[in-house]
Design a binder for this molecule. Structure first.
Ligand code: HEC
Ligand code: HEC
Length: 325
């Protein structure tokens, strides 16, 4: 118990220094008084809550960096495996070779416990690992690159509270040179990134869609590249063996996309999985890789903002059969 509370004090100290750092940089938070120096405990709590929200319900980090249970709908994260990594992604996820989700728990040997905040931020937003390797683009750094500095550092603060797990993840086996396939992103953007005001709902929704990297699953890939004229039009196939699912067309095309969906229908679809009873039965071949059970606890307002943003996309005609067999 003593040791635990000592460790907790250290964690608090680390968080506090991160917080001071953030107070010093330009905060673009919409709420007033978030970074109130006179009450650091509250600010730390707020920062951790934001990190928790983003990691678990928006940026879905743990749905890739943990084990998932595909005996239930949309493969909820297996409790106790949070952040340990090891999931293998290959052809089923259109990877050029094989990559493994890395261990992102605070374990100092096999996780990211010995990384500095700056090194973790660089990995999340620019795809460069601690040792300088280019991270394969399946890790959505190209989208996370649009997140505000405050959001990225909230994510890092939260990751440092995960239970350390010493899982050793195997080395990737890529068929391509990752650095050549995805050139390193420029470094200046994180400083300049601004989280749009919630009043600009569609723009704010666009920020969330980038933070969730919805595009990566919902855009067809040809010759290893996202088809630029078919962004968000779905049809990317995920062949998981026990089921095969094609991603849906999210553009406002009324015949083949979600053009005929009302905001309420969209919201209801996302809210459906808030009750575990709804997803706990094995859906067999009608399963999905989309982490509905993570997204379901997004704020209603945020889900509506995503809907508003999707309405602004150019409609693309692309008929998708969700379950081809
Ligand atoms: C779509 C799945 C996916 C999502 C979502 C995802 N990651 Fe990753 N991440 C990966 C994969 C796969 C790798 C390893 C890629 C490689 O080996 O080249 C990786 C690598 C990393 C690394 C580098 C670790 C190392 O040892 O080099 C960090 C740090 C990381 N992810 C953190 C995060 C955080 C934080 C989030 C959420 C904000 C996140 N990831 C979301 C799949 C994902
Ligand atoms: C890991 C891949 C993946 C990610 C990430 C993902 N999706 Fe999906 N999505 C799918 C697949 C596959 C389907 C088809 C199966 C199903 O309905 O779940 C789908 C279905 C949907 C549907 C249902 C459409 C219909 O016709 O029933 C909506 C709406 C949707 N996605 C929106 C989103 C949004 C918004 C995001 C980001 C917040 C997102 N998706 C992120 C893979 C993904």
């Amino acid at each position: 118990m003593k040791k635990k509370s000592f460790l907790f004090s250290i964690k608090l100290a680390i968080l506090f220094s991160t917080l001071l750092l953030l107070i010093n940089c330009n905060s673009n938070n919409n709420e007033t008084g978030t970074t109130n120096v006179s009450n650091p405990q509250d600010s730390i709590k707020k920062m951790l809550a934001r990190g928790d929200y983003l990691v678990n319900h928006v940026s879905r980090c743990l749905t890739c960096h943990s084990q998932r249970n595909f005996n239930q709908f949309s493969g909820p994260v297996v409790p106790g495996t949070e952040g340990m990594g090891g999931e293998e992604f290959g052809k089923n996820y259109h990877v050029q070779g094989i990559v493994y989700a890395r261990n992102i728990t605070p374990d100092t040997v096999n996780g990211i416990g010995s990384w500095t905040d700056e090194e973790i931020a660089r990995a999340i937003t620019r795809g460069i690992s601690k040792n300088g390797d280019t991270i394969y683009r399946m890790m959505p750094f190209a989208h996370f690159n649009q997140m505000s500095k405050e959001d990225v550092y909230s994510i890092i603060a939260y990751l440092r509270t995960l239970k350390p797990n010493n899982n050793k993840v195997p080395a990737r086996k890529l068929d391509v040179n990752a650095a050549a396939v995805y050139p390193v992103l420029k470094s200046s953007s994180l400083e300049a990134n601004v989280k749009p005001d919630v009043m600009e709902m569609a723009k704010y929704g666009g920020y969330l869609v980038a933070s969730a990297a919805c595009m990566d699953c919902h855009t067809p890939i040809k010759n290893g590249e996202y088809e630029q004229d078919k962004l968000f039009s779905g049809g990317l196939q995920f062949n998981m063996g026990s089921f095969v699912a094609n991603s849906a067309n999210l553009t406002p095309d009324s015949a083949t996309g979600i053009g005929s969906w009302s905001e309420q229908m969209f919201l209801d679809k996302f809210k459906l999985y808030r009750d575990p009873a709804v997803y706990s039965a094995n859906p067999g071949r009608n399963n999905s890789v989309m982490p509905w059970t993570a997204f379901t606890n997004m704020d209603d307002f945020d889900i509506k903002a995503i809907y508003k943003y999707l309405r602004t996309l150019p409609p693309v005609k692309n008929l998708v059969v969700k379950y081809p067999q």
